[in-house]
Ligand binder design. Sequence first.
Ligand SMILES: Nc1ncnc2c1ncn2[C@@H]1O[C@H](COP(=O)(O)OP(=O)(O)OP(=O)(O)O)[C@@H](O)[C@H]1O
Length: 256
Amino acid sequence: MLRRVQINNLHVSFNGEEILKELSFDVSPAQMYAIIGPNGAGKSTLLKSILGLIHPQDGEIVLSSDQKKTVIGYVPQSRVIDDEMPISARDFISLGQTASPFPWLSRREKKTLKEIMLFTDSDRLARKPVGKLSGGERQRVFLAQALVRHPDLLLLDESTANLDPDAQRRMMELVKKSVNEWGVTVLFICHDLQMVRTYADHILLMSRNFFKTGDVPSILDDQNLLKSVFQSSFVEGERRHESPASSGLSLSASSK
Ligand SMILES: Nc1ncnc2c1ncn2[C@@H]1O[C@H](COP(=O)(O)OP(=O)(O)OP(=O)(O)O)[C@@H](O)[C@H]1O
């Protein structure tokens, strides 16, 4: 189980543009943290920094857990799956398991795989080709893949976007179940504030060069705070769009 995640004074810039500045916060185990903020605020950048996919210019990320190495499960914002991909949902989920030198699963891995498929209700999808699954079924399979190594920390980047309200609720219930039953710690990026109110224990509100953490009421009930963060990003965004060349932004720069 995770003991601690500590983000200390994180700085991330791309092409000279500062995306994260002096970002610091602590995460307690077995809790759900929603990360909210306008488009371009740096939310995905933060998750990718925790994953080690982006190297911050300054600051540190401390992960500690009972095991030697903290296991992280990640469901990215978008994932392109070819409709003709000839791999079953079961095999796709098992790709998340620890790489073994053998091309077959050990008895223990098979048992875990079965457990996770039952847990996420994806066992009935086991034999279906992953490319033929509906959007909601795919999300369920992606979550199963992220959970199959029993992560200490689960990072979800808008993983319920594009799902219908019922599928969103079912997915978040599963995530909550993994927190309650296994003590997984979750950071989830979400634009649906109603969902955040229902499922988050804490919130990290981010915009460029600004952040605030707190419990749900202290962030979501502060209308002035929300207005200032979302409105200022809109005004800033408008200015950029009027004059992209003079803004110094590289229009082709994107990690997505
Ligand atoms: N690898 C990269 N190279 C250059 N710029 C990048 C890179 N990754 C992200 N950015 C820029 O950093 C800014 C923050 O991007 P990020 O994806 O973290 O935002 P976000 O808060 O997750 O936004 P959204 O809500 O739209 O998903 C954006 O302007 C983006 O273009």
